[in-house]
Design a protein around this ligand. Structure first.
Ligand code: PGA
Length: 235
């Protein structure tokens, strides 16, 4: 299983250090073999961990240069960051990233050999328009994306489920994941209002290889609880 925490614009450097201390010692003490990835804010980056992968929530697809307000490959290399989240719905819908920009970012970081957690997901109106409309929408989010990239992880995150406490039914998750599985061999995560109460159940679904968790992962103890639920599914 793959269990990811996306901090978004939450936590200071100090809070992140305290969080990582809890998660890191939990992972070693419990011999966790699952892949654990934490995406802290840039300001908390440092050589944070040995047994948890640290990724960035975004970066600009260049080595360095005149891109005010962005950070790029050179700044990531300083911290040995080789994992990136691309296509998150908040970047698509709030920041306004286009599919073209997202695909350019994907190409650049794939060329650099990054582990890419690539997010797709539909807004509510599309979900309400039915399954075909939903899959057409998601297909467009794969424009310019190499679904055979070897270090690809896909996260299916319905926009209306992110941070809302709403989740699709288990069979709706399975239906979308089954279609995603027919398109790619990449591990498939579900994200959107995952919490300790539902993480185990969601990870047990067919073609679900892990979860990407926002708000509920801000508590290190809750995140560890979800890691346990993942590890219990291994045996
Ligand atoms: P949420 O966010 O768990 O708070 O719904 C998930 C995400 O945005 O990755």
């Amino acid at each position: 299983m793959i269990v990811c925490a996306n901090f978004k614009a939450n936590k200071t450097r100090q809070e992140t250090q305290a969080y990582m201390a809890v998660v890191e010692s939990f992972v070693s003490a419990n011999d966790i073999s699952d892949t654990i990835i934490v995406f802290p804010p840039y300001t908390a980056l440092e050589h944070l961990s040995r047994n948890v992968l640290i990724g960035v929530q975004n970066a600009y697809p260049v080595r360095n240069g005149a891109y005010t307000g962005e950070i790029a490959l050179e700044q990531l290399e300083e911290f040995d960051i080789k994992t990136i989240l691309i296509g998150h719905s908040e970047r698509r819908h709030i920041i306004g990233e286009t599919q073209e920009q997202i695909a350019a970012k994907f190409r650049f970081f794939a060329e650099q050999g990054f582990v890419i957690v690539y997010c797709v997901g539909e807004p509510l109106a599309i979900r309400e328009a039915g399954h075909d409309a939903l899959m057409d929408y998601i297909d467009k989010q794969f424009d310019g994306i190499d679904l055979n990239y070897s270090d690809l992880i896909i996260a299916y995150e319905p926009v209306w489920a992110i941070g809302t406490g709403l989740t699709p039914s288990n069979s709706d998750i399975e239906q979308v994941h089954r279609e995603l599985r027919s398109k790619t061999a990449a591990p498939l995560l579900y994200g959107g209002s995952v919490k300790t109460d539902n993480a185990g159940e969601i990870m047990a679904l067919e073609n679900v290889d892990g979860v990407l968790v926002g708000s509920a992962a801000l508590s290190a103890n809750d995140f560890c609880e979800m890691i346990v639920q993942a590890s219990e599914l291994n045996g």
